[in-house]
Design a protein around this ligand. Structure first.
Ligand SMILES: Cc1ncc(COP(=O)(O)O)c(C=O)c1O
Length: 410
């Protein structure tokens, strides 16, 4: 019989756009004893988590809770619940995850209209607004931070236009929440999905979402109570029910309300992780956290530039937490990545679709976003590129980053 060794994963320096390193305090929280999902001690933890999520999303929304599953589950729950078959949906696409929104909207049975921007840039708000005015969508779904291209889409004007036109605005803030500002109420975002495994530095496995009364009003028209839970007559809403049971927000919100109507079995240990991760965000301070991400991005980009490497994409729309680097001519990007991993224990990311083999993507997110990691990745990348025969001014990258840190000593 095969013998299996004790599980002993390597300690990595993870500088990708997610998943990233997890704060040991979050890992500790995951080892606490399991509570029953209706135990008042556990439901108190649920309520606290909702309160913390409201602060994180900068919202007064009643509804802010996690969907169990990876970030995509939050996206799918929001879209399948808010898009009724036949709805008109506008998706502005400027990278891989815009295409994901398109695909999910089609699977919801929507009439989908897309506009596209070349990868490496984002939309001017007027471009999206003019599409909203001519297409008159019921729903607009857009990515806030595109990890595939390292770009961030400004949302405030788009939010206002959606409100004026009566469209619901769904935002994928998976990569931005906890790392760059996401202003749910001020930007008039109707539903927002965050990610745990990126700037929040919690393992993958839950997707925090929030939505407002406009979104809830639509949900209530599709309201369902599972047959086996009904205690009397049930009157269905005026719109067709949500086509997914697991992702039906009208049922999930009943579980997250004082009613605690049974749905799935809550992921106790993941909720501990989420609560602890959120506690750490609030302890640091949301604005201080954004400033920390900006500082390490500045040091990283100064170092990369000093090494003579070229950054990818329009600098005006650069996403603080993801830095995309052109792979120099003649260099095998995958060979560099594997040397970084195998010799230095550092992981950086490759890229997708049209950018495959063209760029590396370096994340500075959450617990991974710290000085020693930035210096480590710069030093190791310098050494690895030299080893691959790429001529560069040795040592300048780390020195440039150190200059940034020394200029920012508080
Ligand atoms: C912007 C964005 N949206 C959605 C996703 C999907 O998240 P998950 O892989 O956790 O389902 C990702 C993951 O990388 C992402 O970067």
């Amino acid at each position: 019989m095969k013998r299996y060794e004790d599980l002993s994963p390597s300690l990595r320096c993870i500088m990708t756009p997610g998943p990233v390193e997890v704060d040991p305090r979050v890992l500790r929280a995951m080892s606490f004893p399991v509570l029953g999902q209706f135990d008042p001690e556990f439901t108190d933890i649920m309520n606290e988590t909702m309160g913390m999520l409201r602060e994180l999303f900068a919202t007064n929304n009643k509804w802010a809770f996690p969907v169990d599953g990876t970030s995509r589950s939050g996206i799918e729950a929001v879209m399948v619940s808010l898009i009724a078959p036949g709805d008109r949906v506008l998706i502005p696409i400027y990278g891989r995850f815009g295409h994901l929104l398109h695909e999910i909207a089609e699977r919801c049975g929507a009439e989908v209209y897309t506009i596209e921007k070349a990868w490496g840039s984002v939309f001017a708000p007027e471009e999206v607004i003019s599409a909203i005015q001519s297409f008159k969508p019921d729903v607009v779904a857009i990515v806030h931070g595109e990890t595939s291209t390292g770009r961030v889409q400004p949302l405030a004007e788009i939010g206002r236009a959606c409100r004026e036109q009566g469209a619901l605005l769904i935002v994928d803030a998976v990569a931005t929440i906890g790392g760059v500002p996401v202003e749910t109420d001020a930007w008039m975002l109707d539903a927002v999905i965050g990610g745990t495994q990126k700037c929040l530095s919690i393992p993958s496995g839950m997707a925090p979402v929030t939505y407002n009364e406009r979104a809830e009003a639509k949900l209530l028209k599709r309201k369902q109570v599972e047959r086996g839970l009904r205690t009397g007559e049930f009157e269905a809403g005026e719109l067709p029910p949500v086509r997914s049971n697991y992702f039906d927000l009208s049922m999930l919100q009943d579980y997250w309300s004082p009613q605690r109507l049974n749905h799935h079995t809550e992921m106790t240990s993941m909720l501990y992780a989420l609560r602890e991760g959120l506690r750490l965000v609030l302890e640091e301070g949301i604005q201080a956290r954004h400033a920390r991400h900006a500082l390490h991005e500045e040091a990283l980009t100064a170092g990369l530039t000093a090494m003579g490497l070229e950054l990818y994409g329009d600098p005006q729309s650069k996403l603080t937490v993801v830095t995309c680097v052109q792979i120099p001519e003649g260099i095998d990007g995958e060979s560099v990545r594997s040397m970084l991993l195998n010799r230095f224990g550092i992981e950086i990311a490759s890229s997708f679709g049209p950018l495959k083999g063209q760029i590396w993507r370096i994340g500075t997110m959450g617990f991974s976003c710290r000085e020693n990691n930035v210096l480590r990745v710069l030093g190791a990348l310098e050494a690895t590129l030299l080893r691959h025969g790429h001529p560069l001014p040795a040592g300048l990258g780390v020195q440039a980053a150190l200059d940034v840190y020394e200029a920012n000593v508080r």
